[in-house]
Structure formats: structure tokens, C-alpha cells
Design a protein around this ligand. Structure first.
Ligand code: DAH
Length: 337
């Protein structure tokens, strides 16, 4: 009987540790220790055993039972600590999961956000306007008289007579100044549309960020200071700015702002076409005629405005040579940002 008990223990020692799940552990418990399990089965013959041998058999059977119970408990704990409650055999929940590819912001969105965040850190608010505009907001109120040659430069998509896709974000200036009272301090991002042939540097849809600040006593020095600080935040403190005279119907005086090339530090390279400078945005002091169109007294209020192309800045920032890459949604391109 002792031999049979010991053989049973050997068998249990082999089979229990290889149980793959809790269900198998429970089946083993019933098989060995259950009411009609194998241990009980063996002990059934105890009454035929001479009385003097019974204590010895009792001792061994207790040891075997305890040992099997220990094995079962140990296996159960092991499986539970793996969380393998009723999981299929061979399924290891401790292995790392497969990572799902995470989406990211489009490079144009993140550059636009970066631009607006810098101005917001200077205390500018955000404004918006519609993509479909009227001739009045896109042109007339901004001091583009009918038949003015500056209108031709904007290659407008007309939907109907007088209704058009905005060619720039400047109409947002008019919409805000019409509805609210000065002082103003806004940036306004948005999509703009121009009927242009598409090539590496032109697209018929692109993005601008407009900015304008109106208060008492605002002068060109404020414009230069704000834009210079903006550029230093965007590209680093070493970058220089310069202002060249220009023309826009809605600003007087008007200027183009250039920045020293961040790739060659102004020495001249492929990217700045060996000039050391890159054109960044148009700007100027808001023309008194624009104030008058919005019912604001140009004797009391002065201000400056600026408008920049988001694509242009993104191309420069990331040294990309083709604007079309931004709209093709090729993952090989987008994954690099
Ligand atoms: N709206 C102009 C354009 O699209 C850019 C611009 C220039 C905006 C000067 C301004 C500004 O606010 O003051 O070409």
C-alpha cells in the first residue's frame, strides 16, 4: 500500500506542475484528493491490513496528501499570479501587447499651432472668419478699389458675382473690427484659395496666419519689436530680421519682413538662394482708410497688421522643397514629423 501511495505521489509530482490552467489544477485535485479520488481508493484496502502496520500507512498517506495539496496550491498561485484565470493553454498575458500605430498632427497643423501659440504667449487672442467671402470683405473694405491692379495678383476663385473663396486671411481683420471696439490684439489662422497653377512652391489651397494689433499710439517700432520677438521664438535667438518697403492696399507704410537664413546663418546657401535672407511675411501700419471703413477713428487709433504663409514657414523650417508633399498624405512623408 505504501508503495502504491509513493507511486501515486511520483505521478502527481510530474503531472501537476505542467498543468496549463486552473481548470486542469482543479481536475487534478479531484483526481488525487477527491472523495472518490486515487488516495481514497488506495486507502479502501486499509481494513485488510494488519493493525500494527496501519499507523505507518496512515503517516505515509497523510504525507502524500499534504504533498499533493502543496503542489496543487503552488500551481494555483503560479497560474493566478499570471492572471491566467480561465485563459486558453499557451496564452501568456505577461507578454507585451502589440502597439497600435498612433496618429500625429499634420506638419502644417503643428506649425500653425506653434505660430498661434507664440502670439498667444504675447497676449494675442484668436479670431476666425469664413472661407467663402464677399468682394467687400476680401477686397473693397481692405482698400482694394474696383479694378485696382492689386486684385489681379490674387487670382481669385469666384463662386458667383461678388462671392468668392477668400484669397487671404486679411478679411478677418475687417470682420473683427466691424463687430468689436478697439483696442484689438488678434491672430487669425485659416485656409486661403488662389486660382494658381500647382507647382513645387504654389498650391491653390494654402494657409495663412493673419495678425493685427490696434491701440492708442501704436507705431512701426511696435510692429518690428513684436515680429522680431516672434521670429526669435520660432527659429531661435540668433536669427536676424530686416524690413523692406513694399505695397499692400490695406497698410501704409507696408513692408516685407525677411529673416536671416537659419541653415547658413546668413552666409548664403542653396535654401536662401545664396542671398543669406529669406522672405517671411507681409506687414505694415493699418491704412487709415481701412479704419474708416470699419467705423474706427484713425485719429484716435493706430495699429499694425501682418500676414504669413504657414506652408512657406513649414517648408523653410523642415527644409522641404515641394509644397505638394503637404497635401498628398503619403505616410512615408508624414511619419517623419
Ligand atoms: N494679405 C496679404 C497676402 O495675402 C498678406 C499681408 C500683408 C497681410 C500685409 C497683412 C499685411 O495683414 O499687413 O498677400
Amino acid at each position: 500500500m505504501i508503495e502504491r501511495l509513493e507511486a501515486l505521489l511520483k505521478e502527481a509530482e510530474q503531472s501537476i506542475p505542467s498543468a496549463a490552467d486552473l481548470k486542469t489544477v482543479e481536475e487534478s485535485r479531484v483526481k488525487y484528493l477527491g472523495k472518490s479520488g486515487l488516495v481514497t481508493e488506495i486507502l479502501k484496502g486499509l481494513s485488510q491490513v494488519p493493525a500494527e502496520m496501519r499507523p505507518q500507512i496512515g503517516k505515509v498517506s497523510n504525507e502524500v496528501k499534504n504533498r499533493i495539496a502543496q503542489l496543487l496550491e503552488k500551481k494555483k498561485e503560479e497560474l493566478e499570479s499570471k492572471g491566467a484565470l480561465d485563459l486558453p493553454a499557451g496564452w501568456d498575458p505577461t507578454l507585451p501587447g502589440r502597439t497600435l500605430p498612433a496618429g500625429k498632427m499634420h506638419p502644417l497643423t503643428s506649425v500653425q499651432k506653434e505660430i498661434c501659440d507664440i502670439f498667444r504667449s504675447f497676449g494675442f487672442d484668436l479670431a476666425e472668419g469664413p472661407d467663402v467671402e464677399t468682394d467687400y470683405y476680401n477686397f473693397l473694405a481692405l482698400n482694394f478699389p474696383p479694378d485696382h491692379p492689386a486684385r489681379d495678383a490674387q487670382d481669385t476663385f469666384y463662386l458667383q458675382n461678388e462671392i468668392l473663396m477668400r484669397t487671404h486671411t486679411s478679411p478677418i481683420q475687417i470682420r473683427v473690427m466691424e463687430k468689436q471696439k478697439p483696442p484689438f490684439k488678434f491672430v487669425a489662422p485659416g485656409r486661403v484659395y488662389r486660382n494658381e497653377a500647382i507647382d513645387a512652391t504654389h498650391h491653390h489651397i494654402f494657409h495663412q496666419v493673419e495678425g493685427f494689433l490696434v491701440d492708442r499710439g501704436v507705431h512701426f517700432g511696435h510692429l518690428k519689436g513684436i515680429l522680431d520677438s516672434f521670429i526669435k521664438k520660432l527659429f531661435g535667438s540668433k536669427v536676424q530680421t530686416r524690413f523692406r518697403p513694399s505695397f499692400f492696399p490695406f497698410t501704409e507704410p507696408s513692408a516685407e519682413m525677411d529673416i536671416s537664413c537659419v541653415f547658413c546663418e546668413g552666409k548664403g546657401c542653396r535654401i536662401c538662394k545664396h542671398s543669406g535672407w529669406v522672405e517671411m511675411m507681409g506687414c505694415g501700419m493699418i491704412d487709415p482708410a481701412v479704419f474708416t471703413n470699419c467705423g474706427i477713428d484713425p485719429e484716435k487709433w493706430t495699429g499694425f497688421a501682418f500676414g504669413m504663409g504657414v506652408e512657406r514657414i513649414a517648408l523653410f523650417k523642415y527644409d522641404i522643397d515641394d509644397i505638394r508633399l503637404f497635401y498628398q498624405n503619403d505616410l512615408r512623408f508624414l511619419k517623419q514629423f
